[in-house]
Design a protein around this ligand. Structure first.
Ligand SMILES: CCCCCCCC/C=C\CCCCCCCC(=O)N[C@@H](CO)[C@H](O)/C=C/CCCCCCCCCCCCC
Ligand SMILES: [Ca+2]
Ligand SMILES: [Zn+2]
Length: 266
């Protein structure tokens, strides 16, 4: 039993050299870069509050749980333990489950699902079964999780087919661009380690941490915007960037310009 908590008891070992900067931290930069979860999550909780208050306070669960994803990611890279790996992967699975329950467009619900509450129960059941199955072949979990990103991109493509709003399209392009960069880093750390070792630059997984958090901030705001547009159109949702709309870098958020039932804008 103690073995599953032991340092390096996970079958996964990322490209970064182990114990390079501390004898207690296996992968120093991968551990430290997980700090970005703690920086972005509180800002997103703050920025999404007006939308969450109007739509459903459960929206806050996504970024609240992302703080735990960051915590478990730090623990995993610090120890490379089996428990760390499972906590890291299962916390991502449960964030995805909450995201799907809240935001999956109701027009794509399977025909036997009558409302969002039944859909959430179905997602809960699938997530519990997936949690149990994840112990069967733990090395396959990360690949399975990445397939959800493909499904999210596919669903976004369907949603955006008829949208001509330039702000929405720009956010979609940035989200997808960030995700492509992030997943390229993840794959190249996994499969191109000998190349990065020759360059003496084994930090692709650390860069993935930063990019995937920002991609999630962009992607989840886009999904939340489309949800607001469909589910609470009277609130007249608009996209803005924090700290300033005119800055090149910033985090997107939703401003609700209407409070009573008025017409749609996109
Ligand atoms: C309609 C559905 C809406 C759902 C929206 C929910 C969005 C948030 C979901 C997940 C957050 C991703 C957090 C990533 C944490 C990374 C921690 C990590 O690095 N773990 C690795 C080990 O250290 C592990 O190998 C990684 C496994 C792969 C995780 C893949 C997660 C899928 C990411 C989905 C991101 C959506 C971006 C949307 C872009 C348009
Ligand atoms: Ca390593
Ligand atoms: Zn990681």
């Amino acid at each position: 039993m103690a073995g599953i908590f032991a340092y390096e008891s996970s079958e996964v070992d990322w490209c970064e050299d182990n114990y390079q900067h501390s004898e207690n931290v296996v992968e120093y930069f991968n551990t430290m870069s997980s700090f970005v979860f703690f920086m972005v999550s509180p800002v997103m909780l703050y920025l999404l509050h007006p939308y969450a208050r109007e739509r459903n306070l459960a929206v806050h669960l996504v970024w609240f749980m992302m703080i735990f994803v960051g915590l478990f990611s730090m623990y995993f890279h610090m120890t490379l333990s089996f428990v760390g790996q499972m906590l890291d992967e299962l916390s991502i699975l449960w964030v995805l489950a909450v995201g799907y329950s809240l935001w999956f467009p109701r027009r794509y619900f399977p025909s036997f699902v009558k409302d969002r509450s039944s859909f959430s129960k179905m997602v809960l059941l699938i997530t519990v079964v997936s949690t149990l199955s994840s112990f069967v072949k733990p090395t396959a979990n990360a690949y399975a999780l990445n397939f959800f990103a493909l499904h999210i991109l596919y669903s976004l493509g369907l949603e955006l087919r008829s949208c001509t709003d330039q702000r929405v399209r720009r956010l979609a392009c940035t989200s997808i661009g960030l995700w492509v960069l992030a997943i390229s880093c993840w794959i190249s750390d996994r499969f191109g380690c000998s190349f990065w070792q020759k360059l003496n630059f084994c930090y692709m997984h650390s860069i993935w941490h930063i990019l995937i958090v920002v991609a999630t901030a962009y992607g989840s705001t886009l999904i939340a915007y489309l949800d607001a547009y469909n589910e609470i159109p009277y609130s007249l949702p608009h996209l803005q960037y924090w700290p300033s709309d005119s800055w090149v870098v910033g985090l997107p958020y939703i401003v609700l310009k209407g409070t009573s039932k008025t017409q749609k804008s996109c």
